[in-house]
Ligand binder design. Structure first.
Ligand SMILES: Cc1cc2nc3c(=O)[nH]c(=O)nc-3n(C[C@H](O)[C@H](O)[C@H](O)COP(=O)(O)OP(=O)(O)OC[C@H]3O[C@@H](n4cnc5c(N)ncnc54)[C@H](O)[C@@H]3O)c2cc1C
Length: 395
């Protein structure tokens, strides 16, 4: 007999969420999380309306609210404020929060729902197959534990996906994303600002968290002469952000950092069909998407919902795992395609992209609804040539 129905490798957003919702449905769940205390790793802190809808479906909205999540109804892409509640099919705002606070709240919620949570325990191997096993180390001792299903939710540098024998695909982009939490920012607290500067291939982001604190990012070409990494680069970060988006000069006039400053690659990397031999991958372990387009947490919550629904609908969990993986391929592919369109129009520094922009940008300025809305409204919107041609100013 396996020790547990489900063992999650990682107790971040994905691992804790699946643990909570499956423990609530009577599954015996074990969460293995290496961190004793979550810290700011410069991760996602803006959840798009379609991700908020997933959260609501999972019954986790209240957990986020209690952990301090703020509703942000307005979004400005440089074309003027847009009311997300009035204009998304979900009729929902975006949600912003401190990522580590949400991680603590979720892992706590998983435990309260009946999952066994072990912290300070690092998984160091997985054996997929009929009796899938994890090998983990904590308190100086190594243990092998079997489950009926292993859910690998160990993030963008997932080792679990390699141990379980998955092959990843990679799409490399010539941009980096720097981010830092700032205090003393003078900007609207009910509005997220995202300004693309196609001439320089940069994009600047500010997402409010209340009381003058904003999670901010700057996406910039890898060809830049600098790397924005470490506290000592704050002045450069602020200066480059304002250069990319002059409207941010007022926002950042008195800004101070209140967390680490780090840059990440913006590559997409994913697994086709993220299930095999009683191991399911979810969240960033299944697909890491370009942070510039802020889809990672919504995708993670979609993974949790789809996997939960499949595991709850059939007793054959192998079948459930394959069905989850099939759905994952479709919705991730849609996100991937649409993000590629955005990168081409708003960021790429190639002659072909410049020509396309000359057609697209004047039409977008007249009618911002030409911009596809998948990043707010989700990957179930149609993704076809008509949508692309309209965005690209070809019709
Ligand atoms: C710069 C940046 C900005 C982003 N901005 C956004 C945004 O605005 N909106 C958005 O939706 N998404 C954003 N994202 C993406 C988002 O942060 C991720 O998609 C999300 O955090 C994925 O959650 P996860 O649970 O899969 O992984 P993680 O949050 O990385 O959690 C993985 C967990 O597994 C644990 N772990 C790892 N290895 C082991 C092991 N061997 N044993 C035990 N535990 C282990 C880790 O400690 C961690 O707690 C951004 C990402 C980056 C890098």
């Amino acid at each position: 007999m396996p020790h547990f129905d489900i063992i999650t490798v990682g107790g971040g957003l994905g691992g804790s969420a699946i643990a909570k919702v499956m423990a609530e449905r009577g599954a015996k769940v074990l969460v293995l999380e290496q961190e004793l205390c979550f810290r700011d790793r410069v991760r996602g802190e803006l959840l798009a309306p379609w991700g908020v809808a997933e959260l609501r479906e999972l019954g986790l909205l209240e957990t986020f609210r209690t952990a301090g999540a703020c509703e942000v109804p307005w979004l400005d892409l440089g074309t003027g404020p847009r009311d997300l509640v009035a204009t998304t099919p979900q009729r929902l705002p975006a949600l912003t929060y401190s990522h580590p606070q949400i991680q603590e709240a979720l892992i706590d919620a998983a435990q309260k729902a009946g999952a066994e949570v072990r912290r300070g325990v690092a998984v160091q191997g997985i054996q997929p197959g009929a009796d899938p096993t994890v090998e983990c180390k904590g308190n100086g001792s190594v243990e092998r534990i079997t489950g009926r299903l292993i859910v690998a939710a160990d993030g963008r540098n997932s080792a679990a996906r390699k141990w379980a024998g998955f092959k990843s695909q990679r799409d490399e982009h010539p941009f980096l994303v720097a981010g830092v939490l700032l205090s003393d920012v003078s900007a609207r607290e009910d509005l997220c600002s995202i300004i693309f500067n196609p001439n320089s291939g940069t994009a600047t982001f500010a997402f409010p968290q209340g009381n003058g604190r904003f999670r901010t990012y700057l996406s910039y070409p890898m060809s830049a002469e600098y790397r924005i990494q470490g506290k000592e680069k704050l002045a450069l970060y602020l200066a480059e952000s304002v250069k990319a988006a002059p409207a941010f000069a007022g926002f950042y006039a008195n800004a101070k950092d209140c967390g680490p400053l780090a840059s990440f690659d913006s590559n997409d990397s994913w697994i086709e069909h993220p299930y095999r031999d009683a191991v399911a991958l979810i969240g960033d372990a299944a697909a890491t998407s370009d942070p510039t387009y802020g889809q990672g947490m919504s995708l993670t919550l979609r993974d949790v919902r789809v996997l939960r629904d499949q595991l709850s609908s059939v007793s054959d969990w192998d079948r459930a795992g394959h069905r989850y993986a099939q759905q994952h391929d479709t919705y991730f592919a849609n996100c991937h395609t649409v993000s590629g369109w955005f990168r081409h129009i708003f960021q790429e520094q190639t002659p072909a992209a410049a020509v396309q922009r000359q057609k697209a940008m004047p039409l977008i300025a007249q009618d911002p609804t030409r911009i596809p809305d998948h990043l707010n409204s989700g990957p179930d919107l149609p993704v076809d040539e008509t949508i692309q041609l309209r965005f690209f100013g070809e019709c």
